[in-house]
Design a protein around this ligand. Structure first.
Ligand SMILES: *[C@@H]1O[C@H](CO)[C@@H](O)[C@H](O)[C@H]1NC(C)=O
Ligand SMILES: *[C@@H]1O[C@H](CO)[C@@H](O)[C@H](O)[C@H]1NC(C)=O
Ligand SMILES: *[C@@H]1O[C@H](CO)[C@@H](O)[C@H](O)[C@H]1NC(C)=O
Ligand SMILES: *[C@@H]1O[C@H](CO)[C@@H](O)[C@H](O)[C@H]1NC(C)=O
Ligand SMILES: *[C@@H]1O[C@H](CO)[C@@H](O)[C@H](O)[C@H]1NC(C)=O
Ligand SMILES: *[C@@H]1O[C@H](CO)[C@@H](O)[C@H](O)[C@H]1NC(C)=O
Length: 231
């Protein structure tokens, strides 16, 4: 009986250590929470915008293709780039580019409507696709759920994934806006982001369900409503 008891404690310790190890790994890898933008008009659709950046730099053509954007001018317009900018235009490492995409509300959440579709390459992991290829705009469990993948470690090269980007079609303060999924940069504040995009700290806190503005973290995805000259 004594032995069984010790074995039991030993097993508990092992389980506890394993649990802590899992929490540590997940904690490091998934510092920011999953972004879910409120979107209340069931089946409502609209256009939305997201930030994008690539650690090694990329081209507008590759961004257009990655996000399945049909027309290059839509990307140029979102970034105030001249209309004669070439699709081979080089985007620097970690330089932020805005990408327009269609949004649909369902079950009180806004997600990109059927795009982007990403074809899995040999050696890809769901984690890399989420954090690097799509800049952390989604977390890998969101891709897993959206694509009904049973085992996140078992994906097949050549298969196509739908990447569910956060967005919304809701009015803000009684006005129609374009919801912009803003990737929070190191050193920025809720107040600073509000000023930059012509809104208020209060609106951003309320829209994003944030209680403490000091809790803002780099890499977090904020729902920023764009109006007038910003759309
Ligand atoms: C939303 O779309 C789904 C699928 O097309 C449909 O089954 C559902 O009835 C729609 N809901 C509303 C409120 O229109
Ligand atoms: C960035 O470049 C490095 C060095 O060439 C390479 O190992 C890495 O895979 C690249 N990252 C991405 C996301 O393409
Ligand atoms: C785009 O047009 C402007 C003026 O219309 C011109 O100065 C500039 O050189 C052009 N840029 C390219 C990349 O063709
Ligand atoms: C709708 O959202 C709720 C809460 O977020 C979730 O529990 C439920 O499974 C969702 N329903 C569908 C059909 O996705
Ligand atoms: C998800 O996968 C399970 C098991 O493979 C299957 O039973 C279910 O119908 C699938 N659901 C959807 C929405 O594809
Ligand atoms: C991976 O998934 C495929 C089908 O989706 C299945 O046939 C295969 O057995 C799975 N491999 C492992 C190691 O679970």
């Amino acid at each position: 009986m004594g032995t069984a008891g010790k074995a039991g404690v030993g097993l508990c310790k092992l389980v506890a250590i394993a649990a802590i190890a899992v929490v540590l790994v997940v904690g490091l890898a998934e510092a920011q929470p999953e972004a879910h933008f409120r979107c209340s008009v069931e089946n409502g659709t609209c256009r939305a915008v997201t930030d994008y950046k690539h650690p090694n730099g990329t081209t507008l053509e590759d961004i257009k293709s990655l996000f399945n954007v049909k027309h290059l001018p839509d990307i140029l317009g979102a970034n105030n780039l001249p209309t004669n900018t070439s699709s081979s235009y080089r985007v620097g490492a970690n330089e932020v580019v805005k990408v327009p995409f269609p949004c649909k509300c369902s079950n009180n959440t806004g997600l990109s409507n059927g795009v982007p579709l990403y074809r899995i390459k040999k050696g890809d992991t769901l984690f890399d696709i989420a954090t690097t290829t799509f800049a952390g705009l989604v977390k890998y469990p969101q891709i897993q759920v959206a694509n009904n993948i049973t085992d996140a470690n078992n994906i097949t090269a050549g298969d196509t994934l739908w990447i569910p980007l956060p967005c919304s079609c809701d009015e803000v303060g009684g006005s129609s806006v374009v919801h912009y999924a803003h990737l929070v940069q190191t050193g920025s504040s809720v107040e600073g982001i509000a000023q930059q995009y012509g809104t208020t700290q209060q609106v951003l806190l309320s829209l994003n369900g944030i209680d403490d503005p000091k809790s803002l973290e780099a890499g977090q995805v904020l729902d920023v409503p764009l109006q007038g000259q910003y759309t």
